[in-house]
Design a protein around this ligand. Structure first.
Ligand code: KIV
Length: 267
């Protein structure tokens, strides 16, 4: 039996210079396969709203949905650390709600840690959750829950002033007690600067090679999401093609009276 990774194991990987491999998962079969393959951390991302539920962004995702998906992922996992996203409105309004919702993701979902978006503006909230012994992963840069403020999903921190603000955000997230942080959609040199300035691991997505680890959305790397494909996504397989072919073959065999044959029927 594999040993379940902890936040301390993930932090040790930075100290020892071992890169951290992270993917999103939203259900039991995907979680099981990536856990067996040796993934270090699984993120039950609120990207579930875009890639599974078909919304335009992550804003409609609810606490109930995150708990449901977390339970399924946890059941498929025995080695990876499971981190769950706190959905929009579950932590922004009031600190008591934030603590209760973080606690629900751990107690009802089985998550080992939670993730929330923002920098200096959420530092007190991170501290409040960490203080009740729920580990928190930060998320700065392109924060999808801020899509309307950003005017779309745009690379952040290109101007020097914005870059300085993002470095201040990273330091605030670390200072608040986060065990790691996601750096999303920022220039490679800025991600390097942040990674070298903090002692907790940085997990990049669209942030270049210098981060301590990388995270991608599983549907993107398997070619399961044809809606859009950002520049930072590398497609490692074309699962859409395999599914379409399987479904077409099934339809044809049913129509032609080939399926079910004797091998798939009871005598
Ligand atoms: O929701 C998500 O999947 C995420 C990652 C892309 C970092 O936040």
């Amino acid at each position: 039996m594999k040993k379940q990774k902890t936040v301390l194991d993930i932090q040790k990987m930075k100290t020892e210079g071992e890169k951290i491999a992270v993917l999103t998962a939203y259900d039991y079969p995907f979680a099981r396969l990536m856990d067996l393959a040796g993934i270090d951390m699984i993120l039950v991302g609120d990207s579930v709203g875009s890639v599974v539920s078909g919304y335009d962004n992550t804003l409609p995702v609810s606490m109930e949905e995150m708990i449901y998906h977390t339970r399924a992922v946890v059941r498929g996992t025995s080695g990876a650390l499971v981190v769950t996203d706190m959905p929009f409105l579950s932590y922004q309004v009031d600190r008591r709600d934030a603590r209760m919702n973080a606690g629900r993701l751990v107690k009802e979902g089985g998550a080992h840690a939670v993730k929330l978006e923002g920098g200096t503006n959420v530092a007190d909230t991170i501290r409040a959750i960490v203080d009740m012994d729920v580990p928190v992963m930060g998320h700065i840069g392109l924060t999808p829950q801020s899509v309307h403020r950003m005017g779309g999903f745009r690379v952040q921190g290109k101007k020097e002033e914005q870059a300085d603000k993002l470095l201040a955000d990273a330091l605030a997230v670390q200072q608040a007690g986060a065990f790691a942080m996601v750096l999303e959609g920022i220039p490679k040199p800025l991600a390097k600067r942040i990674t070298e300035s903090v002692s907790i691991p940085t997990i990049g997505i669209g942030a270049g090679i210098h981060c301590d680890g990388q995270v991608l959305v599983i549907h993107d790397i398997l070619g399961l999401c044809e809606k859009y494909s950002p520049k930072f996504v590398k497609k490692y397989a074309d699962v859409s093609g395999i599914i379409s072919q399987g479904v077409r073959d099934y339809i044809r065999e049913v129509k032609e009276g080939i399926f079910p044959d004797d091998e798939h029927s009871f005598k």
